[in-house]
Design a protein around this ligand. Structure first.
Ligand SMILES: [Fe+2]
Length: 206
């Protein structure tokens, strides 16, 4: 993870991110570990581009969220359901029926429990990296996008989205969201009510 040396971080922050990298390497599959590192690397590329316009960007929190955003995926669907039930987590009955998204709805709880991370903005970025929320912070937009266009992602149109992510972050968010809604409908999948809210928000309706 040598690429973090060029990030605008203090040495202690780089050391912490490297420690986190070691911890996730021990518990994640190779592919999930690589995806997490790639997400951080891509977030760095986007951050570098927009830093002149957003000098207050909290790259350290973003970096932690990138490394841990999919930590919930080390647990099986049934394990996640059990964690929700045993800990009385606020997950709706509809969300419980969304196996592909449940890792994010439970992700904030797991990262707090297993990594003792309490910072609200990191927990929020992790919880919402799948469906987003209205008026997302810039850090959360970057994670949302980097997760879906990092270098190992390979689907039709990804090159266009990658280029867009470095040129116009809001347009990229709109295009990613559009793809997601089309994917949900084509697959006859459940649609989270927040997906509609966020879409209307991105389009300037609310
Ligand atoms: Fe991810």
């Amino acid at each position: 993870m040598d690429f973090i040396n060029k990030f605008p971080l203090e040495d202690s922050q780089k050391k912490y991110l490297k420690e986190l990298e070691g911890r996730i390497k021990n518990v994640m599959s190779d592919s999930l570990y690589c995806h997490s590192i790639n997400t951080l690397e891509y977030a760095g590329l986007i951050a570098e581009k927009i830093l002149p316009d957003f000098p207050g960007l909290d790259f350290f929190s973003l970096g932690i969220a990138c490394l841990l955003h999919d930590y919930g995926k080390i647990f099986s669907y049934s394990e996640l359901v059990k964690i929700v039930e045993e800990n009385n987590l606020k997950v709706s009955s509809l969300e419980l029926k969304m196996p592909q998204l449940l890792h994010s709805f439970v992700g904030d709880y797991l990262v707090l429990r297993d990594f003792n991370i309490t910072e609200t903005k990191i927990l929020r970025a992790i919880k919402y990296h799948t469906i987003g929320y209205c008026d997302m912070s810039m850090e959360d937009r970057i994670l949302f996008i980097a997760d879906k266009v990092e270098k190992s992602r390979n689907y039709e149109g990804v090159e266009y989205l990658r280029a867009l992510s470095l040129e116009n972050i809001n347009l990229c968010l709109l295009e990613l969201y559009k793809n997601n809604i089309i994917y949900i409908i084509k697959g006859n999948n459940l649609m989270h009510p927040d997906t509609v809210r966020v879409w209307n928000n991105i389009c300037g309706g609310i």
